[in-house]
Write a protein that binds this ligand. Structure first.
Ligand code: HEC
Ligand code: HEC
Length: 251
């Protein structure tokens, strides 16, 4: 019983206004926040908000759980910046900042939540046509890209949409693009599988594993562009992509 007055105090409107994101749960807010994040924050924090260690920009997906920051704390940090660091203050409206907070709350969740309804059977057909050449689901499909059987349990909706619409913004670990020219002049494109000082193994774009001694290569380049093609909305409509995600989610 002694708890009751405290609970009343904590839930008084003035206090609530300081800790709850007023746009929480609004998918359009998180979506708009994602666009703002990619334009204004991704250069330092990474497109997936997981941070860039060379400039000490922290992983923003961990701050909620590890540092127990509230939505209001994050709002204040975005507005005011962090004195003595390169984290700048931002001259956004309150609504824009809450949109960014919504986006950061969404990307912190492991697994897709709030996936809009879609036609999983149509998604399966679209997957076979556009994706299966490079991706496996339950043991079937190609292996130039990662196995997508459990992807909707591991990645947020936001980050999956980025992976498909703008693959180079978020390259999956273990699938870094590589282009080599061999001693005999053959150009081989693919993804790097392993590497030491003297040799490397890659999967080429025909999905064959190839090994090379670095000394025997004429050139070795590490392009920033993913081997996954960009699926713009003219190639794959938003509802079609949602159908594919519904198919992947029902596996
Ligand atoms: C020029 C690089 C840069 C840009 C641009 C930038 N940040 Fe930062 N940010 C940092 C650095 C570096 C830190 C860590 C500062 C420290 O703690 O000393 C940081 C810290 C933060 C923190 C605090 C995290 C924590 O664990 O306390 C938040 C939240 C944040 N940034 C959000 C954003 C958002 C949202 C944007 C875009 C509107 C943004 N940042 C733009 C570099 C940047
Ligand atoms: C030509 C080969 C190719 C095709 C076709 C392709 N992808 Fe990819 N995909 C890749 C490669 C390579 C990667 C890893 C590099 C990267 O993350 O960009 C990847 C990464 C991904 C990721 C990120 C996976 C992770 O573990 O982070 C998702 C999600 C994805 N693809 C979905 C799709 C969907 C959906 C389609 C069909 C609409 C598709 N891909 C078509 C090659 C392809």
């Amino acid at each position: 019983m002694a708890l009751l007055p405290m609970l009343l105090l904590v839930s008084s409107p003035a206090l609530l206004a300081q800790t709850v994101n007023p746009l929480e749960g609004d998918p359009r807010a998180a979506f708009a926040g994602g666009a703002l994040f990619r334009a204004q924050c991704a250069t330092c924090h990474g497109a997936d908000a997981k941070g860039i260690s060379s400039i000490d920009a922290p992983d923003l997906t961990l701050m909620w759980s590890q540092r127990q920051l509230s939505a209001q704390d994050v709002f204040d940090t975005i507005r005011n910046g962090i004195a003595g660091s390169i984290m700048p203050p931002h001259d956004f409206t309150d609504t824009e900042i809450w949109m960014l907070v919504s986006h950061l709350q969404n990307v912190a969740v492991a697994g897709v939540i709030g996936l809009p309804d879609g036609d999983a059977a149509n998604g399966q057909r679209l997957f076979a046509r556009h994706c299966a050449e490079c991706h496996r689901v339950r043991g079937e499909g190609g292996s130039l890209g990662p196995d997508l059987s459990t992807i909707t349990a591991r990645r947020s909706l936001e980050s999956l949409l980025i992976s498909v619409r703008d693959p180079s913004a978020l390259i999956a670990p273990g699938y870094k693009p590589l282009t080599v020219i061999t001693g005999s002049g053959e150009t081989v494109q693919g993804v790097l599988k392993s590497e030491d000082a003297f040799s490397l193994q890659m999967m080429d774009s025909n999905q064959r594993l190839r090994g090379f001694r670095k000394q025997q290569l004429r050139s070795l380049e590490r392009p920033q562009q993913s081997l996954m093609p960009v699926f713009s909305e003219s190639l794959l409509g938003q509802q079609e992509l949602i159908d594919i995600l519904n198919f992947l989610d029902r596996n």
